[in-house]
Design a binder for this molecule. Structure first.
Ligand SMILES: [Zn+2]
Length: 264
């Protein structure tokens, strides 16, 4: 592979790595939103438990006020009994007293039920508060980790972008403009593709012997007739070294493999 094509392949790898980092940055926002949703849900559950307790307590208070009113009615009618002149009036008052007493007993039963409910609602509210606190601590931690992850990814994007731009400026003008014209800033779009089994690694169009010949000459940038991507031949991988022990790392020859993973 000539230096220009090798440079473009390297540039493409840098762009790909940069895209992956940018995607990582972009994924932070929805993850943060998800945490906010879970935070709101935990808070809502806690509020609901509190409200159920307050409602039950209020209901009990009202029932007790009603009981007091029934007691008052019984006392008032009992006093009135002394002043009645007729049997009918007496019976009428007595039946009102009986009715008030009955209603009072009914209300007292309801208060007992409410008291049991309040006890379990108090437990639920307390548990809900603890749970909400636990969830909040957990989500605070997740938010903080996300902030750190985002800051790191953003800073890495800056570093990699600077490296990429510096590398890009070092490439020949024509190669740069050809690459940009094909790539057109599309994230993940491969502008430089290998020829695999005599087809274009980008669009699978068969490569004519003439085109293959031109690519193999490595004299100029050759593009696919089907998709206009820049074509290259993957160098044959260096034969695996039988035993690395036989090659001293300090004095032995450097084993350089130019094999590249096929571009998408
Ligand atoms: Zn093609």
């Amino acid at each position: 592979m000539n230096d220009v094509i090798a440079g473009l392949v390297r540039l493409q790898e840098m762009d790909k790595a940069l895209d992956a980092l940018r995607q990582q940055v972009n994924r932070v926002s929805p993850r943060r939103a998800d945490i906010a949703v879970r935070r709101a849900a935990a808070l809502a559950a806690q509020e609901q438990a509190k409200k159920a307790l307050v409602d039950a307590q209020l209901s009990r208070k009202n029932k007790e006020l009603e009981i007091d009113a029934k007691d008052g009615a019984v006392r008032k009618h009992t006093l009135e009994l002394n002043g009645v002149k007729s049997n009918d009036a007496y019976r009428a008052l007595q039946s009102e007293i009986d009715a008030a007493k009955k209603e009072k007993i009914f209300l007292e039963d309801q208060v007992l039920v409410l008291m049991e409910q309040i006890e379990s609602l108090q437990k639920a509210a307390k548990a809900g508060e603890l749970e909400a606190q636990k969830v909040k601590t957990d989500l605070d931690g997740q938010d903080k980790a996300l902030d750190a992850e985002e800051a790191e990814a953003k800073s890495l994007v800056e570093t990699k972008k600077t490296e990429r731009d510096a590398f890009f400026s070092g490439l020949p003008t024509e190669a740069r403009s050809r690459y940009e014209a094909i790539q057109r800033g599309r994230p993940g779009f491969a502008a430089v593709v290998p020829i695999n089994n005599l087809v274009c690694g980008g669009c699978r169009t068969a490569i004519t012997p003439n085109l293959l010949n031109q690519v193999m000459k490595e004299k100029e940038i050759i593009t696919c007739e089907g998709c206009s991507r820049i074509l290259y031949i993957v160098a044959k991988p260096v034969a695996p070294v039988a035993s690395l022990d036989s090659v001293s790392p300090s004095t032995g020859p450097a084993v350089v493999s130019e094999a590249k993973a096929p571009a998408q």
